[in-house]
Ligand binder design. Structure first.
Ligand code: NAP
Length: 347
């Protein structure tokens, strides 16, 4: 295990040098993240942890975080009190109620209420108490179910949403529109990033609530340990999906928040997809599972292809750096470390 720990910290150092090259050209940017007072909402989540890692790498000196027990973002009075007292200059909003298809489909009321409420509370309080930059995190699931592929930012609100995550998507669209409206009416730099499917350290490995990639990683790992001859995967294996390492996303978020005139909302992805069957083989190879992979075609497939158009963000100078193979290896090492330390996230 010591070798793993050494290997992951070495790999992370190497990744960070690539993701956050030292920049001495801060004059080009509106916001200096090294000196600004920055509130990362949802810092214990997968995205929030990655943003905090990125900010530390950049040398941010005034980082504000709060556990949910100290600041429940669902409570407007608490949120207003916090902003009035702390007056963060920058807010990176990675707090949300998040889950896979099963959780979204089973708890739509929780998903719409909590995500709407948190976004409205934080965006309005940030505006009232002088926050200069607010970056809201949405998701590419805000785009219509039958959006032309690759999905560009322009397809927002051009057709019906995927019914299984409609409640979540509507709340995220409202968050994006809140930022856009406050920017238009009040001139504040509130804007949004729409990440594709993410994976990486700190992911949720709950057997029912997790997303496809962490779910596969856990199932193949357990199948290898238990000597299972077969692993069954939901659906036909043909749907195509895209995956971005969360440290690449965090670098994208910090890049966007330094731009003087960022887009109101922008996709953050790789622009490259693969089939679920290809993903399953890659995960099986990464964890060393050698049994058979079978497909349960009685289960739904969902949208046939989901891939993002990343031309808008790449035109501003960001692009993904971590390959899926490399990212998966590092994620598996992290999974093993957390599992051995009984710290695996299962919520
Ligand atoms: N994961 C993905 O594949 C993915 C893909 C696209 C977009 N995104 C977006 O990225 C953002 C973060 O996602 P994530 O994967 O990092 O989610 P996550 O791991 O579940 O983290 C969410 C964080 O929000 C916090 N939170 C939830 N409700 C709260 C409340 N009432 N008060 C205070 N904090 C609260 C949680 O706190 P606790 O630690 O206390 O639970 C947690 O730290 C979301 O907006 C999501 O839509 C994620």
């Amino acid at each position: 295990m010591q070798i793993f720990v050494f290997e992951i910290s070495w790999q992370c150092d190497k990744l960070f040098q690539v993701l956050y090259p030292p920049h001495d050209d801060l004059d080009h940017f509106e916001m200096n993240l090294q000196t600004a007072k920055i509130f990362v909402a949802g810092h214990r989540g997968m995205v929030g942890q990655a943003i905090v890692r990125g900010l530390r790498q950049l040398g941010a000196q005034q980082l504000l975080v709060r556990e949910r027990g100290e600041l429940d973002l669902l409570r407007q009075t608490e949120v207003e009190r916090f902003f009035e007292l702390e007056r963060p200059e920058v807010v990176l909003f990675a707090a949300a109620r998040v889950g896979g298809i099963y959780a979204n489909d089973t708890y739509p009321a929780d998903f719409i209420y909590e995500n709407l409420q948190m976004a409205a509370n934080a965006i309005h309080a940030a505006f009232r108490f002088g926050t200069q930059r607010f970056l809201f995190l949405g998701s590419t699931c805000i785009y219509p179910r039958n959006a032309p592929q690759p999905m560009s930012e322009e397809c927002l609100l051009s057709g019906p949403l995927e019914p299984t995550n409609e409640a979540y998507a509507l709340a995220k669209i409202a968050g994006l529109k809140l930022c856009q409206s406050y920017r238009r009416q009040h001139g504040v730099l509130f804007h949004s990033a729409m990440p594709t499917n993410l994976y990486g350290p700190g992911d949720n490995y709950h057997p029912e609530n997790s997303h496809v990639l962490p779910a596969l990683l856990r199932r193949f790992h357990e199948a290898r340990l238990g000597g299972a001859k077969q692993v069954a995967i939901w659906g036909s294996g043909t749907p195509r999906r895209e995956f971005l390492h969360v440290d690449d996303l965090a670098a994208g978020v910090l890049h966007l928040v330094e731009l003087a005139d960022p887009p109101d909302w922008v996709n953050v992805g790789t622009g490259v997809d693969l089939s679920i069957a290809e993903l399953a083989k890659l995960v099986a190879r990464t964890v060393g599972y050698e049994g058979e992979i079978v497909y349960d075609r009685t289960k739904p497939d969902g949208t046939p292809v989901k891939r993002t158009d990343i031309s808008k963000i790449t035109a501003t100078g960001w692009w993904p750096r971590i390959s899926l193979e490399e990212g998966l290896r590092a994620t598996y090492i992290d999974f093993l470390k957390d599992r051995a330390g009984k710290k695996l996230r299962e919520v």
